[in-house]
Design a protein. Structure first.
Length: 415
């Protein structure tokens, strides 16, 4: 499998190179040159062994080709997934009022990202030790704004980036998207074992990495539809409803990981839906950069609405959803998950329930957000993440601290 850029300027990139890369050098994002197709009979075969690791062992090779042996892949996945504490990896909770929750937060940082990140770490180690190279990785946890600002300063220093061989593992990186595709197949097969029906998957959305993985799963043949849910930073909701993407100032909310205006992975979705027309993507992105606004061609907007619905939840809706879910089920959700569950409750009110089941992706543990739970009037959940230590605080010089850390890591490699 080879990779190409959404702006049409780069082709023939290997998986190994793709996972070292953030933005491609033409400014675009990397995607496979072709998508594998899983027809219904193949899906039914996979349904006979639908555990998470087995599915990953089948899906990753579709995108890795001959770059990874099955034996190496199995070792990588075993080491990575041993850090996910739930035996079934993604527990599925069936609650009242047809609410189904897929808990994607049983990894080290109690966030959905852990599932892909744990494998990315192992994959990088594998590729780097095979090539006898080293890379400096930037891995950080904080609000999207904080991180974007920090990383854009690091990346603006081209000399520093080259000198220290820096890569980042945010969802600009293809590897993250590839590994998240597994979630969609796994969740679908847990809920629609017969593989006959469509399933609606509701995704709390920020930079659109997660929904991009869902879109690829859909284009590979998985019978799903996607609903992208946002907080008051509602760029994606307005885009899907109107075909216009316009950027407003970022609002701080109680679901901070969704406090992002620029859905940078949308470019991947557009490229997948416009038959790989990089020139069109270039035009749209230039318009966006110049005017902080762009209009999708009608044909592309139509394709987008065939796959995606959308919803935006304000702060009150997020709080009342956390409370209602707790009151009805004694089950606590985080404020990001609540954005999607608010959509479910909204649909119940409309009383338009069709035959299609709906599952909500729970993208973080409620234990990480005691303040939001307090504001919603529900008790905090037990246990705090063990990884919380030595955090930098607002006001600390993050940029200086990060650069210093990178330099000292590099020094260890060069002595
Ligand atoms: C808890 C949580 N939910 C949802 C999202 C949004 O995911 P994406 O940026 O892939 O749209 C994030 C991203 O940081 C997150 O941390």
């Amino acid at each position: 499998m080879k990779y190409r850029s959404t702006r049409g300027g780069i082709k023939g990139v290997s998986l190994e190179e793709a996972i070292y890369t953030g933005f491609a050098s033409d400014g675009g994002l990397l995607l496979p040159e072709t998508l594998p197709v899983i027809d219904r009979s193949q899906l039914k075969l996979w349904a006979q062994q639908p555990d998470y690791r087995s599915l990953a062992c089948k899906i990753v090779p579709l995108f890795a080709g001959d770059e990874l042996s099955q034996e190496d892949l199995e070792g990588i996945l075993d080491r990575a997934y041993s850090s996910i504490s739930a035996p079934e990896k993604i527990p599925i909770r069936r609650l009242s009022n047809n609410l189904i929750i897929a808990e994607l937060f049983h990894g080290r940082t109690w966030s959905f990202k852990d599932y892909a990140m744990s494998v990315m770490g192992q994959l990088l180690e594998h590729f780097l030790s095979r090539a006898k190279k080293h890379r400096t990785l930037l891995i950080a946890d904080g609000s999207s704004d904080d991180m974007d600002d920090l990383f854009s300063h690091i990346y603006a220093d081209e000399k520093f980036v080259k000198q220290h061989n820096i890569s980042s593992l945010n969802s600009v990186n293809w590897g993250r998207i590839m590994l998240q595709i597994v979630h969609y197949f796994y969740i679908y097969l847990q809920i629609e074992e017969s593989c006959e029906k469509e399933l609606e998957i509701v995704v709390p959305t920020g930079g659109c990495g997660n929904v991009t993985a869902g879109c690829i799963a859909k284009l590979m043949g998985l019978p799903i539809r996607l609903t992208s849910c946002v907080n008051e930073n509602d760029t994606v909701d307005r885009l899907i409803k109107t075909g216009t993407l316009s950027l407003n100032p970022v609002k701080q909310t109680i679901s901070p990981s969704l406090d992002i205006q620029m859905p940078y992975n949308m470019e991947r979705i557009w490229f997948l839906l416009n038959n790989g027309d990089g020139e069109m993507i270039n035009k749209i992105m230039t318009e966006l950069k110049t005017h902080s606004k762009c209009q999708l061609p009608d044909s592309l907007h139509t394709e987008l609405t065939k796959i995606f619905g959308s919803f935006s939840a304000d702060e009150d809706a997020i709080k009342s959803t956390i409370k209602r879910c707790y009151d009805e089920n004694k089950y606590t959700i985080c404020p990001h998950t609540a954005v999607g569950v608010a959509y479910h409750y909204h649909q119940l009110q409309k009383n338009t329930e069709a035959d299609v089941k709906r599952v909500e992706l729970a993208t973080a543990s409620p234990a990480k957000f005691p303040e939001a739970l307090g504001l919603a009037g529900v008790p905090p959940t037990e246990g705090l993440p063990q990884y919380q230590m030595d955090n930098l605080e607002k006001g600390d010089d993050w940029l200086k601290a990060l650069k210093q850390t990178i330099i000292s890591i590099d020094e260890r490699w060069t002595v």
